[in-house]
Design a protein around this ligand. Sequence first.
Ligand code: G3H
Ligand code: 13P
Ligand code: ZN
Length: 333
Amino acid sequence: MVSYKDLGLVNTREMFAKAVKGGYAIPAFNFNNMEQLQAIIIAAAETKSPVILQVSKGARNYANQTLLRYMAEGAVAYAKELGWERPQIVLHLDHGDSFELCKSCVDMGFSSVMIDGSALPYEENVALTKKVVEYAHKYDVTVEAELGVLAGVEDEVSAEESHYTKPEEVVDFVSKTGCDSLAISIGTSHGAYKFKPEQCTRDPKTGKLVPPPLAFDVLEGVEKQLPGFPIVLHGSSSVPQEYVDIINSNGGKLPDAVGIPEEQLRKAAKSAVCKINIDSDSRLAMTAAVRRVFNEKPGEFDPRKYLGPARDEMKKLYSEKIKNVLGSDGKAE
Ligand code: G3H
Ligand code: 13P
Ligand code: ZN
């Protein structure tokens, strides 16, 4: 049994309470490799932003769970080396799909876990979430749950249609499960294709797709039922057009990729939404940088020469998200 406290990590309880009160959101960035982790830590240390390092089941399978855990421990030391005296770093399991997986993460030093029972019938979601909460809380590990279904792929779970969270269910769910935060469905989804072209309008000037607005009425309904309770938004990448264009003009093919406009995320961050999940934008930043090097310098074969620019681009992206979208800069001085 490894306690996250011995690794210098923190759980989400205090940082979420401050974020809800302060009208900003904590960035939750997924990572699977060293360059992503370096970029996240440099950006968080420079901006003094609390940060959540997210590991999906797929990331655990890709990178090895033990290695990822030590990388997170190393990240705390690295943050201090960068001059961030009191880093506030959470190691979080993203989309845990079973009690066993969540337990294994708690036992290995994660400070927060998500149990995603959103695809299950309501009562089964309640029972599974409650079981995870009872175990995690023994070790002061915080638990994120999910109500409502996001369209697209959530690790191995995929849904054709999204089902918005029903505000009338949230009080019952939170009181029965004891979860510490709740992910809701208000129209976001995972990946770089969040809306079908037929759901969007076209900007007459640029010809680019303009997505429909998020269901802020559902968010307001949830906030009314659970005043001050920490709410989480998954699927919150914006799919920056500049990256899509770089990818497409350097041999890639991402037609009609579309994300959540940043103004909508800014609005969400000011509400009870206190954790915003971003993975796809980092994948796009990395892919754009790597494709550009490969296209412009076909003779290059030193990984540092293409992963270095990828890391720089991701760091720029993370810093901009922190400062210009989430507003979490300076909140972990
Ligand atoms: O929610 C999905 C995250 O972007 C993680 O994706 O399961 O491919 O690692 P992944
Ligand atoms: P994006 O695919 O929009 O980056 O969402 C990531 C996410 O929700 C991880 O849980
Ligand atoms: Zn997610």
